[in-house]
Design a protein. Structure first.
Lengths: 112, 521, 162
């Protein structure tokens, strides 16, 4: 009993202060992939390597669209590895909860 | 190994149609009619454990189905794989379950997935396909398209019934009261003592083996990681090793050491989590809170080292994707703190009478039952079965390290907890050795085209021996058999709960630490 | 103001009142509809002393009948579809549904096959999506806070024309 009391007092309060105090994930964390539209060349390498197929490129008559959906993203980082132009980077962002699926998408449109 | 093959050839000479050797696997193609006798000979006479049974659909290439029986020669780091041909027009094969009890679920799985009927099987009910699945539709056959959605039909699954005065049936699941995966348990009880338990799982069957055939090679490792979420690294390593064997790749030593470190980190957080679960289930909240805090320390260390709390995204065919050399000092420091706290916690847990009273002699799994069912992992070792893939079939960098394999004879919840506690200490020692001797060099080699071939990959996950058998063709996976350790271990719960009371069921279940998703695939 | 507008305003007020009540005490029933178990490890982490969701008034309950919210993981396998539907119907209104993990959001790597339905919203309506594989416990706490209206969601649809 005394041992339990001693250990409890020694350990103290371990609870995190999140969400009152922001919790920033450290560098290297596999977070939200960010698309940099000025670097993207629409080469399609990221589309080929994505395991859950959440990156798509579609072409209409006058414009190309690249869409990345965070819904099915497994945060593996293959898109970042495959991109030769540094247009996709995995950030440390993890607060991705959304009330609708439409908000979980990033789109780049480019006129042909 | 050669002496064993010679003795088999002497015993069954006329019935062996072909012998081929590939890496440490010897394939014997034999006549279907003698499979029962040969398996009986290997299992009972030569004492070689049956590790896996699986089927392949080779009607297009070879005109028949094939069923493979994998036996493991532990002392010699080798495998014997028996192969029989089954004609598609007469899809039946002799069941070996009456002689080798461990074959039970494998044969029922082949029946559901391929439509090959094990003649003489004591339990011919469906396993993976539920009663609403139409008959005659078998998902792993090559002519079944993965996107097909067969209609639901009306059917009934009959449970074993125990009848008598005062005997009640308690159905539990699939949605359980705690935060746990879905599965069904049907107890037959008279008051509190359990007379019979029947389990029925496969609620989380996601069709993983079929998905492997429809995903490209470079993406398949991510699928392997997601079969049993808390054993991601072990599955990924077993998968990668099978592919590397097919391609004849020898990965760099730095990658081997890194894989070993990741595998042991996974073992540590799983075992601490199991010990926390046992403390929770006996309502020793203090112990549970401290064990959960230690588990969280390990998960946060995992995230700092690899970017993922469950060590995902680290393995690839050819090595590992990230270098952890720069994190060496941090890992050593944090592990030493965790080790010190863990040892104190275990002393405290084992000196608490209320906890000890609940876990000693509870859920005893006797050695002969464990052996008969081919129970693997810490559960098997706690029942006296001295098998560990890391020592018997060394892979990654395990050959270079000294470590003990804790074994106990008691077979109860206490024995399993002690075995897990000892394994954690051994794992920390292995990580320290691996980090101190981390070689320089690359962390992976490029895997371009994987040639056609087949190989067995294996690893010791926190739950036990994980087996992958992969055949590639045209740079795609033609067949991938995944055997998670829980597939072998689940049936042991039906025996471990006998002579125990219903309130002890959660502790027994937790001490066996069984994965539902790994089992169901 | 038309009758439709009035109904709209009343509906919004009711929604806010419900969210307010949930914000003080939310009872969650976790349903695994075929996940690989990683999300369960993270939901169990929520109850450990470090994250301790009880300090928000969030409590994990044993039965859907006691629940205000269903936290669903997994892509909803064929074998779990009926169990999930029954659990949803057993939960008394008003209720919320949170889809946790990439599998629950749209099937993830298991996609849409003979055994997997391809996401929770194919079976029951979902109120909040929490992406991640598995989502960090902090991400789940954030998702729960967004669901009950205590925090605003950070992500929104981004469209760039270049």
């Amino acid at each position: 009993m005394l041992e339990i009391l001693k250990k409890t007092l020694k350990t103290g309060c371990q609870t995190t202060k999140y969400p009152d105090v922001p919790d920033v994930a450290q560098a290297g964390f596999r977070g939200m992939p960010q698309l940099l539209s000025d670097k993207c060349t629409f080469c399609g390498e990221c589309v080929k390597v994505c395991p859950s197929g959440v990156i798509t490129i579609t072409e209409k008559s006058d414009e190309k669209t690249l869409a990345l959906s965070y819904c099915g993203c497994i945060f593996c980082g293959r898109c970042e590895e495959a991109c030769q132009f540094d247009a996709v980077k995995l950030t440390q962002e993890y607060e991705l909860a959304s009330l609708s699926k439409e908000d979980l998408v990033t789109i780049i449109r480019r006129k042909l | 190994m050669n002496t064993i093959i010679e003795s088999i050839k002497k015993e069954f000479n006329n019935n062996i149609l072909g012998v081929s050797i590939s890496h440490n696997e010897t394939y014997l193609t034999i006549k279907k009619e003698i499979i029962v006798k040969m398996c009986d000979h290997l299992y009972h006479h030569l004492d070689i454990p049956l590790v896996c049974i699986f089927a392949t659909d080779e009607r297009e290439k070879a005109g028949s189905f094939k069923v493979h029986y994998v036996f493991s020669l532990d002392r010699e780091d080798a495998f014997i794989i028996l192969r029989i041909d089954i004609d598609g027009k007469n899809p039946k094969f002799p069941s070996i379950t009456n002689k080798v009890a461990a074959a039970n679920w494998y044969e029922r799985e082949i029946q559901d997935m391929f439509g090959l009927i094990p003649v003489g099987h004591p339990d011919p009910r469906r396993l993976m396909n539920f009663e609403d699945w139409p008959s005659g539709v078998h998902p792993l056959r090559k002519d079944f398209d993965i996107k097909t959605k067969p209609p639901r039909v009306v059917g009934e699954y009959l449970y074993r019934r125990v009848e008598g005065e005062g005997v009640y049936e308690i159905p539990v699941g699939p949605v359980h009261a705690g935060v746990i995966e879905p599965g069904h348990f049907r107890f037959s009880v008279a008051g509190e003592p359990i007379i019979n338990l029947e389990i029925r799982h496969f609620y989380t069957h996601k069709g993983v083996e079929k998905l492997f055939e429809n995903i490209s090679l470079d993406k398949a490792v991510f699928l392997a990681e997601r079969i049993s979420g808390d054993n991601s690294v072990a599955h990924a390593v077993a998968f990668c090793q099978a592919m590397e064997k097919i391609a004849g790749m020898n990965i760099p030593p730095r990658a081997k050491h890194t894989r070993t470190i990741l595998l042991e980190l996974e073992r540590i957080y799983n075992h601490i989590g199991d010990i926390a679960g046992i403390a929770t289930d006996v309502a020793f909240s203090f112990g549970a809170a401290h064990a959960n805090k230690l588990k969280e320390d390990v998960l946060q260390l995992n995230e700092r080292v690899t970017g993922s709390r469950l060590l995902r995204g680290m393995n690839t065919i050819g090595g590992v994707r990230r270098d952890i050399g720069s994190k060496k000092d941090e890992i050593l420091l944090r592990l030493s703190l965790i080790h010190r706290d863990f040892r104190k916690l275990m002393e405290l847990l084992f000196s608490t009478p209320s906890l000890m009273d609940r876990i000693e002699t509870t859920g005893r799994l006797y050695n002969d039952i464990a052996k008969g069912l081919h129970v693997v992992g810490p559960v098997g070792r706690a029942s006296g079965i001295d098998r560990d893939t890391r020592r018997d079939h060394p892979y990654a960098a395990y050959r270079e390290f000294n470590f003990k394999v804790p074994v106990s004879k008691a077979g109860d919840v206490h024995a399993r907890t002690v075995v897990r506690g000892d394994e954690i200490c051994e794992s920390i020692a292995i990580i320290e050795q691996a980090l101190w001797s981390l070689p320089e060099g690359n962390i992976n080699i490029k895997a371009d085209n994987i040639p056609d071939g087949h190989a067995l990959g294996y690893s010791e996950s926190p739950r036990g021996e994980t087996i992958y058998w992969i055949r590639t063709c045209g740079n795609k996976i033609e067949r991938c058999k995944v055997r998670d350790p829980s597939f072998c271990n689940w049936l042991s719960i039906e025996y471990a709960v006998l002579d125990n009371i219903v309130p002890d069921f959660p502790i027994i279940n937790k001490s066996l630490s069984l994965s539902y998703s790994g089992n169901d695939m | 103001m038309t009758v439709e507008d009035e109904i709209e305003i009343m509906g919004q007020r009711l929604n806010d009142k419900i969210r307010n009540i949930f914000g003080r005490s939310l009872h969650i029933r976790e349903v695994d509809a075929g996940s690989c178990n990683a999300c369960e490890v993270e939901v169990n982490s929520l109850s450990n002393p470090i994250y301790d969701i009880e300090r928000f008034g969030i409590h994990i309950v044993a039965s859907p009948r006691h629940a205000d919210m269903l936290l669903v993981t997994g892509p909803v396998t064929r074998n779990m579809e009926l169990a999930l539907l029954k659990t949803y119907n057993a939960t008394p209104a008003p209720k919320l549904v949170a889809a946790m993990g990439s599998c629950a959001c749209n099937g993830g790597i298991f996609a849409d096959t003979y055994a997997s339905m391809g996401g929770v919203d194919k079976i029951i309506p979902v109120d909040v999506y929490i992406p991640g594989c598995p989502p960090r416990p902090q991400a789940v706490i954030f998702g729960l806070m967004v669901a009950i209206g205590k925090l605003e969601q950070k992500i929104s649809k981004t469209e760039v024309r270049s």
